[in-house]
Design a protein around this ligand. Structure first.
Ligand SMILES: Cc1cc2nc3c(=O)[nH]c(=O)nc-3n(C[C@H](O)[C@H](O)[C@H](O)COP(=O)(O)OP(=O)(O)OC[C@H]3O[C@@H](n4cnc5c(N)ncnc54)[C@H](O)[C@@H]3O)c2cc1C
Length: 505
């Protein structure tokens, strides 16, 4: 088995050296793969070079506990652009979306719960149980959130704590910003722009885990001739004396030639680690160096021997209920709780009562866990990269954080801790080391107002081109930002195709 894998990789590396490629892509995240697919479709010869043993970056499936397949980083989908799904025929290449039966489920310690679905009438009834005024106000234009603090807008609109906290939960995803900071609502808006099969703001699990998104894109890319190589870490860009890109140097010393290189690595990694500093304009170098890569996220992937049973929502059935298929918000009975969890992190502590978004993909997907057992994904906040009360290197500290999360879930679903068979945990330094996410930031840089649109990745360079001729960015650090969207990859490929026509035809 090992010999077969090893020799197929040697062949791939050998092929890399055989010719000068029309384009190279550093990194096989879903955006790098998307870029490769669009470039190859336009007739260009393309090679993708991935440092890990698997493709997908933060959209991956890994079997870390035998029999349990985890969406190790990203875990739910709705942001992938419909035009990309169509252009690349991702359904034909194996992408199967499993629509959630409910949108969000927020259990409360006082025994109440809020279950929001995709049905306006049902939501009206559900919110009316708390407040008729809030039910009337619910279907409104979210645009105020673009500039104002999340808490200010939600307090103005609503009076029900659990409703405000459920919505605020989407605004803090992947962020270290407080819900009281102006502009903190943008991430919430970012998360309601997607769809599943044409239904707006409907989220889905992906059959086989999020790695199936990357796998389908890679099949589309390979079908049109893209060459994808794993275990191929790029250590440096090769740049001619004239300042123009000439290819890349791999860790193993292999030189791969091309006048066009797209980097799916973070802007920081690309310019601070792969490009020699002397070829970059000073102001650009300093702007990239100062991108905000703070992260408060720790992902815990858990294998359990039974479905969690929530004491506020009795569901006397062995199969999963609609609430099990939703994003389940734990520790967010009120916005005050989110504020306190965030405050801990600003003081250098992992939150004493973390905010947890729990999903149970095996509630819909029978291909990822043994019968009767389940995969539980815990997206937890807030956990600073640098701690003042311990270290992420310390196994005892790590275990105590995981147990804190499990114990918190026990308050809502008693017996959860004792159902745990095994788990894998990625704290911010792990996300950086394992996945390549600078600072552990899940979006390749904060999605704050000063780092969006024309300011992403930095002012003056939002068009995927860079100060180095022939080098382009194609990852989430570029417009329109993080999430499993594919848009940066596709947009970047389109800019490359335009430039190639302009300069070389
Ligand atoms: C814990 C977590 C949960 C998330 N949840 C969701 C979610 O549920 N839904 C959602 O839509 N989004 C989610 N996101 C965000 C989303 O996953 C990312 O924004 C997106 O996957 C990034 O894709 P990308 O292709 O731009 O970059 P990446 O996926 O980061 O890919 C970059 C690739 O480049 C490779 N690379 C880096 N340097 C080199 C080098 N020198 N040589 C070769 N290869 C290199 C890396 O190994 C990696 O494979 C989540 C992210 C995380 C981390």
């Amino acid at each position: 088995m090992w010999r077969r894998y090893f020799s197929s990789n040697i062949n791939s590396t050998r092929t890399l050296k055989e010719k000068k490629w029309d384009a190279l892509v550093i990194g096989a995240g879903h955006n790098g793969l998307t870029a490769a697919a669009y470039l190859a479709r336009s007739g260009l010869s393309v090679a993708v070079l991935e440092r890990r043993h698997i493709i997908g970056g933060a959209a991956i499936t890994e079997e870390l506990v035998p029999g349990f397949k985890f969406s190790r980083c990203s875990y739910v989908q709705s942001l992938l652009r419909p035009s990309i799904i169509k252009d690349l025929e991702l359904a034909k290449h194996g992408l199967k979306l499993l629509k959630m039966k409910a949108a969000t489920f927020t259990p409360c310690v006082d025994g109440r719960y809020l279950l929001l679905t995709y049905n306006q009438k049902q939501n009206y009834k559900e919110i009316s149980r708390f407040s008729k005024r809030d039910a009337d106000a619910f279907p409104r234009d979210f645009v105020d959130l673009l500039l104002s603090p999340t808490s200010k807008v939600l307090n103005y609109w609503f009076e029900t704590d659990v409703l405000k906290a459920t919505l605020a939960g989407d605004a803090i995803i992947g962020s270290m910003a407080s819900i009281h900071a102006p502009g903190s609502g943008y991430v919430l808006l970012h998360h309601v722009m997607g769809n599943t099969d044409g239904e707006r703001n409907v989220w889905s699990h992906v059959e086989g885990g999020m790695g199936s998104v990357s796998s389908a894109i890679s099949k589309a890319a390979r079908e049109v001739g893209a060459h994808i190589v794993t275990n191929a870490e790029v250590s440096q860009l090769m740049i001619e004396d004239s300042g123009v890109v000439n290819g890349v140097l791999l860790e193993d010393g292999t030189q791969v030639y091309s006048s066009v290189v797209l980097s799916n690595a973070t802007p920081y990694k690309t310019f601070m680690e792969l490009v020699p500093q002397n070829v970059l304009p000073d102001d650009f170098f300093h702007a990239i160096k100062n991108i905000d890569y703070k992260s408060g996220t720790t992902k815990i992937n858990v294998a359990v021997d039974k479905l969690p049973e929530f004491q506020c929502y009795k569901f006397n059935h062995p199969e999963a209920g609609p609430h099990h298929t939703a994003t389940i918000h734990i520790g967010t009975d009120s916005m005050e709780e989110i504020g306190l969890a965030c405050q801990d992190a600003w003081n250098g502590l992992s939150s004493r009562r973390p905010v947890i978004e729990m999903t149970i993909p095996s509630s819909l997907d029978k291909t990822i866990s043994p019968p009767g057992k389940h995969v539980v994904s815990l997206f937890t906040q807030y956990t600073p990269y640098n701690l003042t009360d311990g270290s992420w290197e310390d196994p005892a500290y790590r275990e105590s954080y995981a147990k804190r999360c499990f114990n918190l879930i026990d308050e809502y679903a008693p017996g959860f801790s004792s159902s745990v068979i095994g788990y894998d945990m990625l704290a911010p330094p792990d996300l950086e080391r394992v996945i390549g996410l600078t600072g552990g930031n899940i979006f390749h840089g904060a999605m704050s107002l000063d780092s969006l649109f024309l300011m992403r990745p930095v002012k003056g360079w939002s068009g995927y081109r860079t100060p180095v001729r022939g080098l382009y960015l194609c990852g989430s650090g570029t417009h329109p930002g993080g999430g499993v969207m594919g848009a940066p990859g596709r947009n970047s490929a389109q800019v490359v195709i335009q430039d190639l026509k302009k300069y070389y035809v």
